[in-house]
Design a protein around this ligand. Structure first.
Ligand code: SER
Length: 325
């Protein structure tokens, strides 16, 4: 499908870590007025508010979503609203409600309104301790231990069902941990890989909530945005999967990340005090085989650990020196 038919976009969770940068990228590509940013809790940035339409939507309230969809004549949804893994373990009932009922509402509205396309992200959290941890295959054991992961697996299956049963073109990737400089993540297990940069710049030290040898798959935001938009533009006839594409860019341990930051900030020190998030991290893969994404829609990441670290430190240092961090 060409970009001409994708013209009225709704982004849920638009004020969150990924949603905020995705909204701006979509506005640049499809036009400011064609991308409606809706969120629930997080406060949106001025840039996001000023550049296009926005509003309040609670995805667990079907009427709320429906109203926004009809008002703006939406034909494409990027459904980014979610409760992440660590917050999910503190409030599993809320996580299930937002992550599962939220997705169900979006899929049902998309089906009824005969929408062109829906994007919904899955995650490395769909995997569990029985999954092969190195170079995790596309087709593998999915027995997650977090409520967030359970909702991701159920969501992948539900999206597949909507594709087969109702011909709803719903697409998605299993995001690794996402590292970004604009909007901090909230309530995830991979949040340390973002927080470490803020603390390195502000205080030259960080206390990490996973062990030094904890390795997880990660990705820098520009690659995350590129993957999301490229998959949504891909030729449907080439796609053998729908909402469950493995996606990979880099893997490193918390200690390797700290060492890379230290190359730029020699005074930086990191200590390790694992908490309940260690067990979640230990249940996820260390690296991902994303050959299906590479083959079916041409995925290729740009950023590795050293490029990402350099760019993060440059961006955050600039904001810090301007008093905006
Ligand atoms: N980054 C997410 C989390 O840590 C995983 O999808 O919860």
């Amino acid at each position: 499908m060409s970009s001409i038919t994708m013209k009225r976009i709704l982004v849920t969770g638009a004020f969150g870590q990924i949603g905020s940068e995705l909204t701006m990228a979509l506005r640049r590509k499809y036009g400011n007025d064609n991308v409606v940013a809706v969120g629930h809790k997080t406060k949106p940035s001025e840039a996001l508010l000023k550049s296009g339409p926005s509003g309040f939507v609670d995805v667990t309230k079907r009427d709320n979503v429906e109203e926004s969809v009809k008002k703006h004549d939406i034909d494409t949804i990027y459904h980014m609203a979610a409760i992440l893994s660590a917050t999910g373990e503190k409030n599993p009932q809320l996580a299930w409600d937002v992550n599962m009922n939220g997705l169900y509402n979006i899929l049902e509205i998309a089906r009824e309104q005969k929408m062109v396309r829906v994007f919904w992200p899955s995650s490395i959290a769909a995997f569990g301790p029985e999954t092969p941890r190195e170079n995790t295959p596309q087709e593998t054991i999915l027995r997650p231990r977090t409520v967030y992961g359970v909702a991701k697996v159920a969501g992948e299956l539900l999206c597949d069902y909507y594709f087969r049963r109702f011909e709803l073109d719903v697409r998605g990737v299993r995001y690794p941990g996402i590292i970004s400089s604009e909007t901090p993540p909230g309530g995830g297990t991979t949040d340390y890989a973002v927080a470490i940069f803020y603390e390195a710049i502000k205080h030259k030290k960080y206390t990490c909530f996973v062990r030094e040898d904890t390795v997880l798959p990660m990705m820098y935001m520009p690659d995350c945005i590129k993957a999301t938009m490229d998959l949504m533009e891909a030729d449907l006839s080439k796609l053998k999967h729908h909402a469950d594409y493995n996606l990979s860019a880099m893997s490193f341990s918390a200690g390797e990340l700290a060492a890379e930051i230290k190359r730029h900030i020699p005074e930086f020190t990191c200590e390790y005090k694992p908490d309940f998030r260690q067990a979640i991290a230990d249940s996820w893969p260390r690296s991902i085989d994303d050959s299906a994404s590479r083959k079916e829609w041409g995925w290729r990441p740009t950023y590795n650990l050293s490029m990402m670290t350099k760019d993060m430190l440059e961006k955050l240092s600039k904001r810090y020196s301007e008093g905006r961090l």
